[in-house]
Design a protein around this ligand. Structure first.
Ligand code: BGC
Length: 271
């Protein structure tokens, strides 16, 4: 009889990009709670990274930090090399690193456009490419997982909802959707699963300016039928599920975790 492990991600290794705050931090901690070794990728604020590692070690988990700009090929290469050297291989990649640099389209600089595309979209390409290389090389190890590897892209409701004043961000997430689906189609025959999570308004530093202001927070709630802002944990629980064998037959899809934001609440009484 196959023995069932209480830990859903035991003996697996994960890289989580942008994992020293917000959604990435919560995902990293929850993957570690399920037994995975976790690489905490970060770009700045080493102190925050140390705190995440300490928290993981406090419950007996395993983690290490790695500083890399996900939009730079050489830095991503170095991160994967170090991960494989330390933990032997990699089973889970979470493309979480993401930024916003908002501006009306006619005032958007090429730097604001390029930086957002570089981190959100090119970063996802560079990390996924190396993860897939390793997954294909190793293949399925049934002692560990029924899949050769899993990639989870942290997208946004804005992969389908247009967003005035943030065309660079919405374009990066719309691009991420078809990058995710194309990669999923290409790699499914290799038993590799690739999916996205589309978070709605989750309370993190990226949108603090809005949820910390009572007036603006009220306007945000009008866009959420479930009537509360999301917490990083809401996303982390979905990420653990997508990384685990419980979602074995799921690939090439976006799971919106958004309290109904993608249900077009404006139409609840209108239209
Ligand atoms: C953005 C947040 C925003 C949310 C809902 C996210 O992708 O990063 O700033 O609050 O979408 O609009």
């Amino acid at each position: 009889m196959k023995t069932q492990s209480y830990y859903r991600l035991k003996r697996q290794t994960a890289i989580v990009t942008g994992a020293n705050s917000g959604i990435g931090k919560s995902i990293a901690i929850n993957l570690a709670r399920e037994g995975a070794n976790v690489v905490i990728n970060y770009h700045s604020r080493e102190e925050d990274t140390r705190e995440v590692i300490e928290e993981i070690k406090s419950f007996g988990g395993e983690a290490m930090g790695f500083k890399a700009d996900v939009s730079r090929e050489a830095e991503v290469d170095a991160m994967f090399r170090k991960t494989i050297e330390t933990y032997g291989t990699i089973h889970i990649l979470v493309n979480n690193a993401g930024i916003q640099m908002d501006a009306p389209i006619d005032q958007m600089s090429i730097e604001q456009w390029q930086k957002v595309i570089d981190v959100n979209l090119t970063g996802t390409f560079l990390c996924s490419r190396l993860a897939i290389t390793e997954f294909k090389k190793r293949g399925v190890d049934e002692q560990v997982s029924v899949s050769a590897g899993k990639i989870i892209c942290i997208s946004s409701v804005h992969e389908i909802i247009p967003w005035a004043g943030r065309a660079n961000y919405a374009a990066s997430k719309g691009g991420m959707m078809l990058l995710m689906k194309s990669m999923a189609q290409e790699t499914a025959p290799h038993m590799i699963r690739i999916n996205s999570i589309g978070p709605g308004a989750i309370k993190t530093s990226i949108n603090k300016e809005y949820w910390s202001d009572p007036e603006k927070a009220k306007k945000m709630l009008e866009l959420i039928p479930y009537n509360r802002l999301g917490e990083p944990e809401d996303i982390a629980r979905a990420a653990v599920w997508l990384a685990s064998d419980e979602s074995e037959y799921v690939t090439g899809t976006t799971l919106f975790v958004d309290g109904g934001m993608t249900l077009y609440p404006g139409f609840a009484e209108g239209g």
